[in-house]
Design a protein around this ligand. Sequence first.
Ligand code: PMP
Length: 432
Amino acid sequence: LNTEWSTQATAARRDNYYAASQRKFVPFKDPIVFQRGSMQYLWDAEGNKYTDLLGMNVCISVGHSHPTVVAAAMEQAQQLTHCTTMFYHPTPAHLAEELAATMPKGHEWVVHFTNSGSEAIDLAMTMARSYTGNLDLLALRTAYHGPTASAQSLTGISGWRHPGMPGNVAFVAEPNQYRGIFGENAGAAPYLDEIDQTIRTATTGQIAGMFVESVQGYGGIIEMPKGYMSGAAERVRAAGGLYIADEVQSGFGRTGDHMWGFEADGVVPDIIVMAKGLGNGFPIGAVVAKKEIAAPMAEKFMFHTYGANPTSCAAGRAVLQVIREDKVMENAKTVGAALLARLHELKDKHAAIGDVRGRGLMLAIEMVKDRKTKEPDAETTAAVFEHCRSQRLILSKSGPFQSSLRMVPPMCLTLEDVDRVADGLDQAFSSL
Ligand code: PMP
């Protein structure tokens, strides 16, 4: 097949043949055609090299086209590309066992594989409702849980909400320690009270569960303050519901300290949703649940055609192996700490930066027009973002006001990359 690589030809084809719904989410002024990737780097069709701080939206956990992951998937694809769960195959069964082994001790964990994060979110919603017999769900206001209709119903950021979403979701305030409704560094307590109040006033009083990203990703890297996740789980369980951790962005060691973001607070979720980094680019999602919680779903059929696809599952097994053998989590911790330190230096230097936050390789800076009023500054954010792009650094504009730059690179980022990124940002702010 003949493939035309020019940006112009690709742009014309997209304009003519992609639906409007798939064309909108292109953040750069001028589009980029990427042709090749290796670890934390990408090359465009003209051969220019970029440092990827976005990891194709957090999918690339251990590195673009990581040789171990590609070899595992290729070998599986050549032998048998696909095998549905109607038949038995050892690769997904092994991956299920390996994922279960990463979960907190003292419980029996079971896995249901899907194709994507939002499908896993949908399934977790059904599972929570089936187990509890309740309908109402809680989610955080600046949450992002995915594009399917049900996952959208849990997504609080208004730019992602479309007509016709199902209901029965009440939103609670995100415990944002920079600009949350209870002010700076308010801790977890007022936000936990707000959960109680919301359950009492905006639900039937008995809920199916609450979804929490252990660190909010698209919301602009919002960490949960100490005691929030465990306190939320207590309150939700008191109202008959389950605590569901969305680890789609925060999992796989990205926070540097733990394999899963929820571990930072010692909470044991009832259901854990994951995707993206599990396949390092191969499509896969998973719901991991306590065995008894998944059990009631045995009453009805539930079948994802590509769920437990052996090719993606072979990639998933290789990802877990690379995370262990290449000490990926440890790298996220040290390199993330170095990047965070450089970002704090930038904040000292540039008044446009209002906040620096995150942990491991899940970091953000937020731009404000005035540090006192904290008025979000989407224009400066966009200008810095474009300037970085011209220096071949790929970042992401995030947050409900598009005023944060999110950094979620492949976790093989190095200290030399940190210098390039921080110097690039410094130049971008200086050029404003
Ligand atoms: N949850 C979170 C936290 C996400 O960031 C995303 C994707 N950005 C999803 C769920 C949905 O995953 P997917 O795009 O694979 O459906």
